[in-house]
Design a protein around this ligand. Structure first.
Ligand code: GLP
Length: 248
């Protein structure tokens, strides 16, 4: 695991986008895993700029998204499907057929999750997965207590996560209680991971993720076991880390 501390959000966004661009240039038909939430927004803006101004080409790229709320149709403005189209996909030249987002209204959720896992394998596995981190240390919607070996499935959201995400809805009652999410095992199968975190509210979760014992109670701690994970944080998110991490 590599820890990279940058001055601010802009700097982590640019560094994250640089790593994604490097992956796309090296392997134009690579498989990218994308996340929703506010953390990767700056990285997505930078990718859009690189596509427009520098011709970064996504025409052969395949994408898989981490998670989706159960019960929200793709056109709902708080669905992750909608979020990804508005904030990334519609601005890039990714072929729509190669974009995979879990469906929050799937009739047979179990079959849908199995199909998603199969598609990832069929496409050759995820080369680079981008992740945010929840205030409680969740990754995707793998809440505390999720099996460290879990696969794509339906999961109950904790009260903490529903409260954190209520800011995007009119009220907490509208925040779905369930989500479909790639499992921790699915995420760990990706060849490379980038974990993005910024701001003081993420500092406790980042401290445990980097320094704490690996535990299902803090799902993000599993990235300590990944052979190619980069944790990319700003000064505020790094503010509770021990001094050992700082260069002289
Ligand atoms: C959400 C998502 C995660 C995301 C996290 C952090 O609940 N399911 O994929 O990484 O919470 O969100 P944010 O980046 O908005 O802080």
């Amino acid at each position: 695991m590599l820890l990279v501390i940058k001055k601010d959000y802009d700097a982590i966004s640019k560094e994250g986008a640089r790593i994604v661009a490097e992956q796309v240039c090296k392997k134009p038909d690579c498989v990218l895993g994308f996340a929703s939430g506010s953390s990767p927004l700056g990285l997505y803006k930078e990718l859009i700029r690189m596509h427009r101004e520098e011709g970064l080409d996504f025409s052969k790229v395949t994408t898989f998204n981490l998670d989706e709320y159960v019960g929200l149709p793709p056109e709902h403005d708080q669905s992750y499907h909608y979020f990804m189209w508005e904030n990334l996909f519609k601005h890039l030249n990714v072929h729509p057929r190669r974009i995979h987002v879990l469906h929050g209204m799937a009739d047979d959720v179990e079959a849908h999750c199995a199909w998603y896992e199969e598609q990832i394998v069929k496409c050759g596995g995820i080369d680079l997965q981008i992740l945010g981190i929840g205030g409680n240390g969740h990754i995707a919607f793998n809440e505390p207590g999720s099996s460290l070996d879990s696969r794509t499935r339906i999961n109950i959201l904790t009260e903490k996560t529903r409260q954190d995400n209520a800011r995007f809805f009119d009220s907490i009652d509208q925040v779905p209680k369930y989500a479909i999410t790639m499992g921790i095992g699915t995420i760990m199968d990706a060849r490379k991971l980038i974990i993005l975190a910024n701001g003081k509210s993420k500092a406790p979760a980042i401290k445990v993720t980097i320094e704490g014992p690996i535990s299902a109670m803090v799902p993000a701690t599993i990235v300590q076991m990944h052979h190619h994970a980069t944790v990319l944080v700003d000064e505020e998110a790094a503010s509770q880390l021990s001094d050992e991490w700082r260069e002289e």
